[in-house]
Ligand binder design. Sequence first.
Ligand code: GLC
Length: 425
Amino acid sequence: MNNMAAIETLNIDERNRQAAEILRTNDRGGYNIPTAGLYPYQWNWDSAFAAWGWSEIDISRAWRELETLFKGQWSTGMVPHIIFHEVDEGYFPGPDVWGTHKTPQTSGITQPPVAATIARKIYEKAPQAGRASVEQLFKPMMDWHRWFIEQRGESGAIAITHPWESGRDNALDWEAAAQSIDISNVGDYTRRDTSHVNPEMRPRKIDYDRYLALVYLGRDVGWDESKIRELSPFRVADVGMTFILLRACRDLAWLAGEIGESRVEIDGWIAHLEAGCAQLWNEELGCYDSMDLKTGKLSGTKSVASFLCWYAGVDPKSTKTSLERVLELAPFSLPSLDPASSRFDPKRYWLGPTWPVVNSIVGLGLAEQGEAELAERLRKDTFEMILQTGFYEYFNPMTAAGEGGNNFTWTAAVWLAWVTKGPAS
Ligand code: GLC
């Protein structure tokens, strides 16, 4: 081994140790917070990724993470985007603002359903140890997926009623639809996120005003889905949510087979979603896109969610060319927004930065669908960024600088479960 290689190995060992340490430090007893300060509660898809990371260290702790997440499930089947296990004044908007009146306290909206996909990954590592957990989680996962299809299905595409549901809070995909949100009743409030992180790396005030207006609207109708559908100006078919649910249904159907449950209903959802994706194809952009359901217009945004078509197992059409072009413009890794967009901002959250966690699922999809070279490139780029810089929430795709929160659970988790695992993991 030459000196450089030896140093690199040392660093990898050190990063492995730190990643495990981050999972432990962010553990609040059966669930992980994303990072102390900025995000002090249990977040839905963060938790699923945390479980994936835990499965590299402690399989039973991994299952416990998913089980804790489903403790927040509503009787409607919806699994909330935040579970407020213990109130923390450092976060806004907290449980009193959401007013959902649940035990445990929760927000009133959901997040991308990666749980079934991660459950399959954990199960595959140790089938015998995981069987009881899969049996226990199967019905809750079915109920959640059914809720999506019944409450949010729009001809086979999946709608979000709040940008936070997408997990890509300030993505450009929502910009046109968000213009019609009335913010006149939002009033004064104090943001907490900008006291933890440089405001240039966070959504703008106008974005936050709109987020709150939608929270107040939901709260005022008691989080009743049909009233929200009727009264809210914001309803967008999210390309990311649609692809992630489709993929999760495939994995849930597979798990059904493992534990001797019927997959008939799930197969119906899969067919429905596969057909529904077609309406999100944007020929001009050369990729799948989100659609404002109030106007029927595609958003015209080439965002990182467009590149989840492989992960969803959907015909990528000319998306590969689009992906290659985007990667040419961003030297360090896959940006959350096409750098050719006039709104591209390499520091601002979902308007440009590269997110290791999203790279992991885009990369998984590419590897599975035979795009080994692109998959490997994504994995190596992510590896280098984390190796050199640490476990940040996201990174600047032009400079590789770490941005947002640090010691981040899902970055540590994907380092352990995907980044360091080699091709096609
Ligand atoms: C931000 C991200 C979202 C994530 C949450 C906690 O809101 O946009 O995807 O779940 O932070 O990490």
